[in-house]
Write a protein that binds this ligand. Sequence first.
Ligand code: FMN
Length: 324
Amino acid sequence: MKTRITELFGIEHPVIQGGMHHVGFAEMAAAVSNAGGLGIITGLTQKSPEDLANEIAKCNDMTDKPFGVNLTFLPGFANPDYPGYIEAIIAGGVRIVETAGRSPEQYMPSMKEAGIKVIHKCTSVRHSVKAQNIGCDAVSVDGFECGGHPGEDDIPNMILLPRAAEELDIPFVASGGIGNAQQLVAALALGADGVNMGTRFIATKEAPVHQNVKDALVAASELDTTLIMRPLRNTERVLKNEAVERIQAKEKELGDDIKINDIMDEVAGVYPKIMSEGDMDSGAWSCGMVAGLIHDIPSCNDLVGGMVKEAESIIAKRLAAFAA
Ligand SMILES: Cc1cc2nc3c(=O)[nH]c(=O)nc-3n(C[C@H](O)[C@H](O)[C@H](O)COP(=O)(O)O)c2cc1C
């Protein structure tokens, strides 16, 4: 399947694996890229630019296909060495960066000078337009359904994607809530040139996470995610668990007076325990509503290749029949 996104990134299928903290290691990115999609290493999961350089080198050993690195610009309390991470990306020969969190404007000149294609992930039409205006090559439009941070506007993809199509000239992918062929076709119909998936890729054979995480996704329904940190304007969609219950009890008790420190134990530094050790109640972890559509744990090759093949068949048969 050829789209503006496959052309832009030199990939076979218009399917991207979004950056995921403590999931987006070299194994994950290489598996998706080898499957013909675009795998992405999560930059900040690597504690330093040197660690990121090693992870990029490892991924280069595992695939000769294009892959990218995610750079998440965090709100407030942390200040990573972003110029150092960008240097590691450039030196490692990576030419695709997924930015997220805040506008990448400050870092655009250095990335553009190095010939890097930038896809900015954002949750609103206004931020998508801003990304286009500052020279991003593509946008990942992340709807309210998404795992992780959906922003504060609460606009689902059925509205957000066609609105993005009205305003954007650069290509965009649909992100949030996507996990199967029907949704890929719907995304294309709504104006996107491909899809970005997070949660769905965690439940794959190659995802370098504990089996408990994959099993939790297969067991979960579309009713099993919830939102936390709204009073902090840092809303996150997570899988319901005991830690999330504690967070929500505190949010109820403290209301608008809540501070990040009140819930720090449940939201900061918890990913290794969950993703590596499989301690599923030890903290809040990002998870999308698409969990309700996850019923198996395929290889990335079967997932990506199968989605595209089925999507082509839906277009050629089911949809073509309506136009006849
Ligand atoms: C466990 C997990 C961790 C994530 N970590 C990040 C991250 O560090 N940076 C980022 O930009 N997006 C992160 N995301 C968001 C994904 O890249 C993607 O935008 C999102 O998962 C899309 O929604 P979906 O899960 O419904 O497919 C994360 C998502 C999940 C599920």
